[in-house]
Design a protein. Structure first.
Length: 242
């Protein structure tokens, strides 16, 4: 078996319907996960949320040699307000793991990020802070409205794209932005216009982070952001939990 490259992000891009979600898997989720699942109005959205969290527990449990149900989650302090709603983290077990791992995390725990959008789930594991995002391509009118919230440089780039191609261009840009903000741990608590994640001027992107598009098929866009990365994120992409 090929050794894991500690410098690469491990990515899983999954179809939610392909994740096994039965009574045993659901019993392994914690009270907070069940509470959040119960907030969804649409059954389809609830099913994708549950599949995402079952998959995350599977991936982390296999990496750490723990039963998925044995994992306990918490949050790091938000860098914007210091409240406990920053990057997700694992808690419990002996202290240890890669440099920068949260205090009290199980030995060998990676940094991780989870996203679900449309019928896709994206999970990222790394030895440094990481953020991932996957989104379905929006309708043209939604893309036009949301584009007005972006950085001026990003808006200018989208304006140069053919109207028929703008939903895809917007989705790729938006997922880069969301992945970066999730990697920071602040999410959309930071205005979308504050940071440039376009492609025309890579040097204007946030210092200290690498942000890279991830192929997600014709109906979705996805991206990964890694703290301390180089010009691009090196990653290994998987499409199955097997």
């Amino acid at each position: 078996m090929k050794a894991r490259d500690p410098g690469a992000v491990e990515l899983w891009l999954l179809e939610a319907a392909a994740v096994p979600v039965g009574p045993a898997e659901l019993a392994g989720l914690d009270e907070e996960e069940h509470r959040r699942a119960g907030r969804f109005v649409r059954d389809a959205d609830r099913a994708v949320y549950l599949a995402a969290h079952v998959a995350l527990r599977h991936v982390l449990g296999r990496r750490l040699g723990l039963a998925p149900a044995a994992l306990a989650f918490g949050r790091e302090p938000c860098p914007g307000c210091a409240e406990p709603h920053g990057r997700p983290r694992l808690v419990g077990g002996p202290v240890g793991g890669p440099a920068g791992a949260p205090a009290g995390a199980p030995v060998g725990v990676p940094h991780f990020s989870l996203s679900h959008g449309g019928d896709r789930v994206l999970i990222g594991l790394a030895d440094a802070p990481v953020g991932v995002d996957v989104e379905p391509l929006p309708a043209a009118d939604s893309a036009e409205v949301l584009a007005t919230t972006l950085h001026p440089g990003e808006q200018a780039e989208l304006a140069d794209v053919r109207p028929a191609d703008r939903p895809g261009a917007f989705a790729r840009l938006w997922t880069r932005k969301e992945a970066y903000l999730k990697g920071l741990g602040i999410g959309l608590g930071r205005p979308p216009a504050a940071d440039y994640l376009g492609t025309a001027e890579p040097a204007r992107r946030p210092a200290g982070w690498a942000v890279t598009d991830v192929p997600a098929g014709p109906r979705h866009a996805a991206a990964v952001a890694l703290a301390g990365g180089g010009a691009a994120v090196e990653y290994r992409l998987r499409h199955s939990l097997g």
